[in-house]
Design a protein around this ligand. Structure first.
Ligand code: IPD
Ligand code: CA
Ligand code: CA
Ligand code: CA
Length: 276
């Protein structure tokens, strides 16, 4: 890809992330409708839909020939026909948006022929923009990010998203997380996968694991973690897809092998059914 094209993608992705975040904050102060998608634990608000439309309009106004894979319009058309694909989550952490009014983010990624080019995760409540451009490093606002602290598994502060329902109990997800929590210094659960992964890039967390996320949850943050020097794979250690659901493991490289070894010794079955 030409340097000028990459620069234009970066500029637009950062603009979209900031603009979407500002719109979410503005709408949060007004009344908005909340609906159940599949259950009372799976919410969507009018703001999720409005913000996604807003981002799509911004992208198509500049690049009408690009494809879009967004959470709220995921089935709208066949995105596979496009070389350049924007993978977007307008509000990652909708439950936090509704209940806490903090700890949510907007996630915007650009992939070209399946390769991550630009990732932006914006936390509007704290005005923190995490972003990365392939080959150019990762940043928090204008500060470069580098995952370089040496950490062993027992010294690690980990983070996870997990669904605590009956099905999870049946397949033992709760037990796997509980056992892993006993191996590490601490386990956190913030409620926005994109933000949690971005925190790994920023060194606020040492690792993040999830049995299953959608492509729009991890699309941007995986580029940010990798550009910061972290390792991102599935929990089985295989490469992450860019447009499919997957388990995710993002961490400081110093204990990646140790964590992999632990997960494999537990014979973690990551092929779990979707929560939503
Ligand atoms: C959710 C958040 C959450 C994760 C869920 C996701 P949403 O995204 O990332 O942290 O545990 O699996 O679905 O629905 O709030 O965009
Ligand atoms: Ca959702
Ligand atoms: Ca999400
Ligand atoms: Ca979302």
């Amino acid at each position: 890809m030409q340097a000028s094209t990459l620069a234009a993608l970066k500029e637009l992705a950062l603009q979209c992330a900031r603009s979407a975040g500002e719109l979410s904050l503005k709408r949060m102060k007004e009344p908005f409708t909340v609906e159940y998608k599949t259950s009372a634990s799976d919410l969507v608000t009018a703001v999720d839909k409005e913000v996604e439309n807003h981002v799509i309009q911004m992208i198509l106004a500049r690049f009408p020939d690009h494809g879009i894979l967004g959470e709220e319009s995921a089935h709208a058309e066949d995105y596979k026909q496009y070389d350049t694909l924007w993978v977007i989550d307008p509000i990652d952490g909708t439950t936090n948006f509704v209940h806490q009014q903090i700890n949510f983010s907007v996630s915007i990624a650009v992939y070209h022929k399946g390769e991550g080019m630009v990732g932006a995760v914006y936390d509007p409540s704290r005005d923190e923009l995490f972003y990365a451009v392939k080959g150019e490093g990762a940043f928090l606002n204008d500060r470069p990010l580098q995952v370089n602290r040496a950490v062993s598994l027992e010294q690690a502060l980990l983070c996870t998203s997990v669904f605590w329902n009956k099905r999870a109990e049946q397949i033992g997800v709760d037990l796997i997380v509980k056992k892993l929590a006993g191996k590490v210094r601490g386990m956190r659960l913030l409620g926005s996968a994109a933000l949690e992964m971005a925190y790994v890039a920023a060194g606020r967390l040492d690792g993040y694991v999830s049995m299953q996320l959608n492509a729009w949850d991890f699309g941007a943050a995986r580029i940010i973690v990798e550009e910061a020097g972290g390792r991102v794979t599935t929990m089985m250690g295989t490469p992450l897809p860019y447009d499919q659901k997957s388990s995710v493991m993002a961490c400081n490289p110093t204990f990646y092998e140790e964590l992999q070894h632990y997960l494999k010794s537990e014979q973690t079955d990551t092929d779990v059914p979707s929560q939503n």
